[in-house]
Design a protein around this ligand. Structure first.
Ligand code: ADP
Ligand code: MG
Length: 255
C-alpha cells in the first residue's frame, strides 16, 4: 500500500468534467468542454468548441478509460477516450459510445455504462505528468505527489520506478511556499513558461483541496503543451462523508 492507493478508498467521486469545472472556478487551466447526454446534444454543442481537434471522453467513475474497451463493440474498436477531427467525427464516436458498456482496469469485468460524454477541445501535448494532492497517512500532512511519468497508473510507476515519484509535504501554517514550488517544478522538470504556470497552479490546487475538503485530487495527466504552458487534462476528485455534509453543492453532484 502507498499514500495514493490509501487515499482512493473514499466515499464519493465526481466526474472528470465536474472536477474540471470546480478547478476552473479556482483559476486552474482546463480546456473548453461540454458535457452531453445524447448524440443530438453532442452535435449541437461540439460545434460551439473551437476545434479543429476534439476529444470525446466517457464520463464514468473509473480511470483507465483511454485504454478501456466497449463490451458491445469489437476488440479492434477504439477505447473510452477518443480523438475526433470534425464535428461529424465527434457525432460518429458519440453514437458508438453512448449507452454502451466500458470495461477498464478499474471497472471490473462488468464495466460501466456510459451515459454521459465530455467533449473537450484537443490539446497539443508535449509531455504528460502526474500530480496529486492527498493526506499522507504516514506523516498526516497534506502532500503533493509528483512524477514526470504521467498518463499511466501511479501504482505502476510506484512499482517499477519508485525513484520517479516525489512527495512534498505542506506545512499547514505556511501553505505552499516558494521552496515547495521549486521542489515541485524540479520534480516535474518544468522550465520557462511551464515553471511560471506552476507557481500559480500549485497554490491554486492546494486552495481548492483545502477549501472543498477533498480527500484526493489527482491530475493524470497534467500536461505541458507544445506552446510551453500547463493544462489539467484529466482530473479525479474524491470526498469523504464529512466533506459532503459541509458542502451541499458537492453532495448534489452524486449520481
Ligand atoms: P483515462 O485516465 O481515464 O484513460 P484521460 O483523461 O487521462 O483518461 O485520457 C487518456 C489519454 O487521452 C491522456 O493521457 C491523453 O494522452 C489523451 N487525452 C485526454 N484528453 C485529451 C485532450 N483534451 N487533448 C488531447 N489528448 C487528450
Ligand atoms: Mg487519466
Amino acid at each position: 500500500s502507498n499514500a495514493v492507493t490509501d487515499a482512493k478508498g473514499v466515499f464519493m467521486n465526481i466526474h472528470e468534467y465536474q472536477a474540471k469545472r470546480l478547478l476552473h472556478s479556482y483559476g486552474a487551466p482546463v480546456a473548453k468542454g461540454v458535457a452531453v447526454y445524447s448524440v443530438a446534444q453532442a452535435e449541437e454543442w461540439a460545434g460551439k468548441l473551437p476545434g479543429p481537434l476534439y476529444v470525446v471522453k466517457s464520463q464514468i467513475h473509473a480511470g483507465g478509460r483511454g485504454k478501456g474497451k466497449f463490451k458491445e463493440l469489437g476488440e479492434d474498436a477504439k477505447g473510452g477516450v477518443r480523438l475526433a477531427k470534425s464535428v461529424e467525427d465527434v457525432v460518429t464516436n458519440a453514437k458508438e459510445m453512448l449507452g454502451n458498456t466500458l470495461v477498464t482496469k478499474q471497472t471490473g469485468p462488468a464495466g460501466k455504462q456510459v451515459n454521459r460524454l465530455y467533449i473537450e477541445d484537443g490539446a497539443d501535448i508535449a509531455r504528460e505528468l502526474y500530480l496529486s494532492i492527498l493526506v499522507d497517512r504516514g506523516t498526516g500532512k497534506v502532500s503533493f505527489v509528483a512524477s514526470t511519468e504521467g498518463g499511466m497508473d501511479i501504482e505502476t510507476v510506484a512499482e517499477e520506478t519508485p525513484d520517479k515519484i516525489v512527495t512534498v509535504g505542506i506545512d499547514p501554517m505556511s501553505g505552499v511556499t516558494g521552496v515547495d514550488i521549486d521542489k515541485l517544478n524540479t520534480a516535474l522538470a518544468l522550465k520557462g513558461a511551464a515553471a511560471e504556470d506552476g507557481k500559480t497552479l500549485f497554490p491554486t490546487l492546494y486552495k481548492a483541496f483545502m477549501e472543498k475538503d477533498m480527500s484526493l485530487l489527482e491530475i493524470n495527466p497534467l500536461i505541458v503543451m507544445e506552446d510551453g504552458h500547463l493544462r489539467v487534462l484529466d482530473a479525479k476528485v474524491s470526498f469523504d462523508n464529512n466533506a459532503i455534509f459541509r458542502h451541499p453543492d458537492i453532495a448534489e453532484l452524486r449520481d
